[in-house]
Structures are given as C-alpha cells and as structure tokens.
Design a protein around this ligand. Structure first.
Ligand code: GLV
Ligand code: MG
Length: 350
C-alpha cells in the first residue's frame, strides 16, 4: 500500500517535487545517437534542430569497450549544446548490467540539469521503477537538480508485458513507454530475427475457393506487434503517460517503416524511434496528424456548436464522442504547429 497523499511528494529531502501531470510536448521521434562516436557527436547541434527528442544511447549497440566513452561523451555533448526546446534523453544500460549505476551517477552529477528523461531498458515490473525513482530523488537532492527527471520504460521482456499496467503507474515520474520489439522477441522466444515490422509467415489466408485447397488464395500479413502495442497504449492512456513505438531495423525499407509507424500512430502512440536520419522525416510525417483530417476535425467541432446533440456532415453522423475524437486531432495539430513551421502552414495555423 502507498499513502495516496505522498505519491507526488519528493522521495528524498531536497529533491524537486515530481509532476502531477506529464507534460505533453511534440514527441514524434526519439532520435538515437551514439555519444562515443565523434563523427556523430559533431552533428548533434544540427540534428537537435530537426527532431523533437534527441537521445544519447549508452545501452545496446554501444560496444563494451565504448561504454565509458559513451557516458563521458553524453555529458560533454549535453553541456556543450543548446538544445532549445528539443528534449534531451538518454538510454542508460539495464539495471542488471555493470554500467547502470555509473551511468546514472555520472549523468546526474555532471549533466542532471540538462536531462529531461531517463530511458530505462528491460523493465520487468514496478520494483525496477521504484528503485530508479528513489535513486533519482537522492541524486537530484545531492546535486541540486532543479527539475525532476522523468522516466521512460522500454517494454521489451515477457514479464514487463505481463506487468505493463503496474509499470505505468509505478511512479509520478513515469513519462511513457516504448515497445522494444527486438529484445521482446528474444525474451518471448518468438521466431523472428527482425527488429520490428511484420513477418511473411505471420498471416491469414483466404478460404479455399469452392473448397479447392489447391487453388491460389489471397493472403494478408498480420501485425506481430498489435497485441503488445494495444496493451501498452491502454496502460499508458489509463495512467496519463505517453506510448511510443520503438525501433524499425530495416533502414532501407522506408515504406514498411512508415506502415509500422502509422499503425502505432493510429492506435494512439505519440512517436517512434529514429535510428537513422532517413527515419526522422518518416516519423515527422506519420506522427503529425494529416492536414486534411485536421481540417475535417475543425469543421466538425465548428458545426457541433456546444458539442452536444448530433449533426450530419457529408452523410456522416457526428455527436459528443466524435467531437472528442476531433479535439484529439486538433489539439495535437496545434501543439505541433507551435514547433514545426511547415506543419503550421499545412494546418493553416501559421
Ligand atoms: C529495443 O531496444 C529493442 O530491443 O527492440
Ligand atoms: Mg532492446
């Protein structure tokens, strides 16, 4: 049991008060970079202008010999760069690794005031979040960090999925969650070696025409991630935090990447990871509501007046519920328009 009156009180004396509401900011792409790679580090100030979230990756994809360099590189970049309104996140190593503690201690001591969100991989249950929550409060207090650091969990183990609701509500610091299809596939013993996306073997097939089992039949690939995404979106929406699709590994298959991202957008996700500069524009396009839908939503809201009753618009029934759906679209468009001039023009909100 937790005392409900203490839920949004600091967990350490001198730490900032955790937020009552998670701020909703444009978060269409979490762009990953390797802080140990000097060639990439040089590009950070330019990339920061093009993305909603920039994330220094310390975990998987960083070679063991570069773990310390990535941590130090992140601190250096965090302090040397003006990120403007772009969010700065880091993905630290997992809680069972030999690097997690040094990652968090170093970053909080040396760049705590620059960091918005700590992404924690391989979260298995609320106990992981409780530990990170207490540790962050202690380090915020110790280093005089003014703004509470938020926590983002990667949903990438079978146990994590089984505990998804408990993880979502484990702390007021919980900012959101990303689906991690690669680790999750391994943890579940799924038989795919891809990073996200569909699989040609996971399909449904049309019935035999006229009972002829040898006749050609249409097939349609299904989305391997639908079940997990749906659980994650519900857990996040129910607790006021933000769901994200994670990585799409086939960098050259921009079309399938866009499809996977759009499925996530339609189901309620706010963004996805970009692992390559080519995926930034895909995420930007997909996670900004389409201008024609925004125009339609504005029209429905206008014609519905006080929002009650029903009206027919172009043969489509509108009522209180459709006004709420339309408000989701318009509010997101307004938020994005404040940050993205091209989208502001496309929405007529410039
Ligand atoms: C991401 O970390 C994944 O495992 O898919
Ligand atoms: Mg992973």
């Amino acid at each position: 049991m937790r005392n409900p009156r203490n839920i949004v009180k600091p967990l350490a004396i001198g730490a900032p008060t955790p937020p009552l509401e998670i701020p909703v900011r444009p978060s269409r792409m979490i762009h990953f970079f390797d802080p140990s790679n000097e060639r990439m580090a040089i590009k950070v100030p330019d990339i920061a202008k093009k993305v909603d979230i920039l994330l220094g990756n310390l975990e998987d994809a960083i070679e063991v010999k570069n773990k310390a360099a990535a941590r130090e590189g992140f601190v250096k970049i965090a302090n040397a760069t003006d990120f403007g309104s772009t969010q700065l996140w880091t993905r630290v190593n997992s809680l069972d690794s030999p690097w997690f503690l040094d990652d968090v201690m170093t970053i909080m001591a040396e760049a705590g005031d620059k960091l918005d969100v700590l992404m924690v991989p391989k979260v298995e249950g609320p106990w992981d979040i409780h530990y990170v929550d207490q540790l962050l409060a202690q380090l915020e207090a110790k280093h005089g960090v003014q703004k509470p650091i938020l926590v983002h969990a990667i949903l990438e183990t079978a146990l994590g999925v089984a505990n998804v609701e408990e993880i979502a509500k484990a702390s007021p610091r919980m900012q959101g969650m990303s689906l991690g299809p690669a680790d999750l596939a391994a943890s579940r013993r799924m038989k795919t070696t891809r990073v996200g996306g569909g699989h040609p073997g996971y399909l449904v097939r049309e019935d035999p025409p006229g009972g002829d089992v040898d006749a050609p039949r249409a097939i349609a690939q299904q989305d391997l991630w639908h079940y997990t995404m749906a659980r994650m979106v519900d857990a996040c929406a129910a607790t006021g935090i933000l769901p994200f699709y994670g990585p799409f590994g086939d960098i050259k298959d921009a079309v399938a990447c866009e499809d996977q991202f759009r499925n996530a957008f339609l189901m309620g996700c706010v963004g996805a990871w970009s692992l390559h500069p080519g995926q930034i524009d895909i995420a930007r396009r997909v996670f900004s509501p389409p201008p024609d839908e925004v125009a339609w939503a504005v029209r429905v809201i206008d014609e519905m007046g006080d929002g009650s009753g029903t009206v027919m618009i172009d043969g489509k029934m509108q009522d209180d519920a459709t006004v709420k759906q339309c408000k989701v679209m318009v509010e997101l468009a307004k938020l994005i328009a404040e940050r993205d001039e091209d989208m502001a023009k496309a929405y007529g909100m410039a």
